[in-house]
Design a protein around this ligand. Structure first.
Ligand code: CO8
Length: 272
């Protein structure tokens, strides 16, 4: 049985609505939006469960070649985990929640076989910023603000922020962001290497789609292999180099490789 509820509106027939998220796939680009604008798109348990379910579907959807994750409205991408669900939780419960979320949502996105871009349209705080960090690229509108306010709640990031942030901005900047809990602007985030691009609010989705479309000019097998291999760069003992050699070799057996090389030699564009 389908996990989707389809809205009976002919103009949005391809949009699948859950309680707190919506997903649509047009021209091979999936757009997944978090829809709790009254709560700054905070990630409660229901939203995380829905994200976990839809990610499985999107990964299997052959028509969806890449994914954009964004938040509904102009105020927030996601202002973190839903703080109202924290109260009264035990140490064990805290660990279980963090572990479940990391496995089914955040790590799942990071290891996605298709390119995933966060379109950060406003506040990306705490778990919301961790969601963006799990994506392969981040593009933010000028009004976006990013930060890890967890220390103000007596917490630390729990959805991978302490690990993924230093990999992007270095340990020093990561320490500064996490220890002060202060928010930074999209422009600073760009200067720090936290995001890939800054756009106007009205251009955000368009620019993000453009970025994916530029990737779609290339072999999709090469794209997914590149994602996997880049992740291997954090493995111990320089293991990533060996994985690169193996994955490089594997691509020689693909039809996309044959066509890509033939097209170059024949001075024409590759046929998809
Ligand atoms: N959780 C729950 N509700 C939230 C959250 C949140 N993270 N953020 C905003 N809201 C709610 C507000 O409570 C308010 O609800 P209501 O109208 O019912 O009172 C509504 O959204 C609107 O928010 P504000 O009135 O506060 O709007 P402002 O424009 O004044 O401020 C801010 C916007 C700056 C985003 C402000 O809402 C804010 O600071 N939010 C909290 C940000 C935060 O601390 N995020 C980190 C949360 S902790 C976390 O993410 C940990 C991740 C790891 C978890 C690991 C597993 C347990």
């Amino acid at each position: 049985m389908s996990i989707f509820k389809k809205r009976q509106n002919p103009t949005t027939m391809d949009t699948h609505y859950f309680e707190n998220i919506a997903f649509t796939c047009t021209n091979n680009i999936g757009i997944l939006s978090i829809r709790r604008p009254n709560k700054m798109n905070a990630l409660d348990a229901q939203t995380l469960k829905e994200l976990a379910d839809i990610l499985i579907h999107i990964e299997e959807d052959r028509d969806c070649w890449g994914l954009i994750i964004t938040g509904m409205g102009e105020k927030a991408f996601a202002a973190g985990a839903d703080i109202s669900e924290f109260y009264g939780k035990s140490q064990k419960e805290g660990q279980e929640i963090a572990q479940w979320g990391q496995k089914h949502v955040f790590d799942k996105i990071e290891n996605f076989q298709k390119p995933v871009i966060a379109a950060i349209n406003g506040y990306a705080l705490g778990g919301g910023l961790e969601l963006a960090l799990a994506c392969h690229l981040r593009i933010a509108s000028k009004n976006a603000e990013m930060g890890f306010p967890e220390v103000s709640l007596g917490l630390i990031p729990g959805y991978g922020g302490t690990q993924r942030l230093p990999a992007l901005v270095g340990k020093g900047k990561a320490m500064e962001m996490i220890l002060t809990g202060e928010r930074i602007s999209a422009e600073d985030a760009y200067q720090w290497g936290l995001i890939n691009e800054v756009t106007g609010i009205n251009d955000l989705v368009h620019k993000t789609k453009e970025k994916l479309n530029r990737m779609f000019l290339h072999s999709r097998t090469a794209l997914s292999t590149a994602i996997k291999t880049i992740h291997a760069s954090t493995l111990p003992n320089n293991k990533g180099f060996q994985i690169e050699i193996e994955n490089f070799g594997k691509l020689f057996s693909t039809s996309e490789f044959e066509e890509g090389v033939a097209a170059f030699l024949e001075k024409r564009k590759p046929r998809s």
